[in-house]
Write a protein that binds this ligand. Structure first.
Ligand SMILES: C[S@@+](CC[C@H](N)C(=O)[O-])C[C@H]1O[C@@H](n2cnc3c(N)ncnc32)[C@H](O)[C@@H]1O
Length: 293
């Protein structure tokens, strides 16, 4: 009997150990099926670059005083930098992954803090509100009377402006989301997102994306599009069963996006703006196209 009990305990320990190992493996193998990488900018921008080189090809006039939308904003790095450098009237970042949206709010808070020259000491509670992982997911946390008042009272305009200008939302852009009150945008960014929408929702998803962008743009508005090349789909084709099926059924290739956007969707003009981007680190050598509605 004693022997049996010992065996039983040993078995339980073994099962637990295997469970822990497979948990570790699962954690290590976390697959970003939407391109929702946690450390996307660490990988793309690298140690040797201070700023995302794509920003160099964007013109201030496309954003200054404008209402903007960033589809697939990830952790908000580009969204916040554009708001800060170019002075948007508003910019909304949407991402399908709620964790990335939380990261984006965390980055927004950090940027506000560093751009706010004098914050009264009690505002340091803002940092505490970041929780153990430094992550709090909603702007409501920033809007507690205390923190908002402190930020509004500070001498730097930039801090309080950013809070009013930048917002993030967790949304699946190609499925159910529409902005409130028929809002339209002057400028829409869709950078390195088409592959993920294409793999997850196929050609239909891609056309939905393009048609929805067109509808959301004001007349004269601009779409800044950075499509991933077809060769890059191969390595991600197995992120899910759906992606695998879609990969084999795709009939619209990235080389044909420009024609579809001009001839079928209705954009009137396109410019390849990447010719201005020289000497960039690999990974940023994809063409970036600007389309005018
Ligand atoms: C590779 S990242 C690109 C991030 C950023 N646009 C850039 O270029 O720096 C793609 C992002 O698109 C998001 N995404 C993919 N499908 C989406 C969808 N249907 N709706 C909203 N976001 C989506 C992912 O979660 C991910 O954060």
């Amino acid at each position: 009997m004693g022997q049996k009990e010992n065996n039983h305990d040993d078995n339980n320990e073994e099962v637990e150990r295997r469970g822990q190992q497979s948990n570790k493996k699962r954690k290590r193998k976390e697959v970003a099926i939407f391109g929702n990488y946690r450390n996307y900018y660490g990988y793309r921008v690298g140690q040797d670059l201070e700023e995302d080189p794509r920003l160099k090809v964007l013109k201030k006039e496309w954003f200054e005083g404008k209402d903007c939308l960033d589809i697939g904003c990830n952790n908000g790095t580009i969204t916040i930098t554009i708001a800060k450098n170019f002075g948007c009237r508003s910019i909304l970042g949407v991402d399908i992954d709620g964790d990335r949206v939380q990261d984006a709010y965390w980055n927004l808070r950090r940027t506000v803090k560093t751009n706010t020259r004098k914050i009264p000491p009690k505002t340091s509670k803002l940092e505490d509100a970041g929780g153990v992982n430094g992550v709090q997911n909603s702007v409501t946390n920033l809007e507690t009377e205390e923190t908002r008042e402190s930020l509004m009272n500070c001498s730097s305009l930039q801090g309080k402006d950013l809070l009013n200008i930048v917002t993030f939302r967790k949304e699946n852009f190609v499925q159910n989301w529409w902005p409130p009150e028929d809002k339209c945008y002057h400028t829409i960014l869709c950078l390195s997102v088409t592959k993920w929408i294409h793999l997850n929702w196929g050609d239909d998803g891609l056309i939905t994306l393009f048609a929805k962008i067109w509808k959301l743009l004001q007349p004269g508005g601009i779409l800044i599009l950075e499509p991933q090349p077809w060769q890059s789909y191969y390595k991600n084709r197995q992120v899910s069963e759906m992606a695998q099926t879609n990969y084999h059924n795709i009939k619209i290739y990235p080389d044909g996006f420009q024609e579809i956007l001009l001839d079928k969707i209705g954009f009137r003009m396109v410019e390849n703006i990447t010719s201005r981007l020289s000497g960039s680190k690999s990974g940023f050598d994809r063409p970036i196209l600007a389309f005018w509605k």
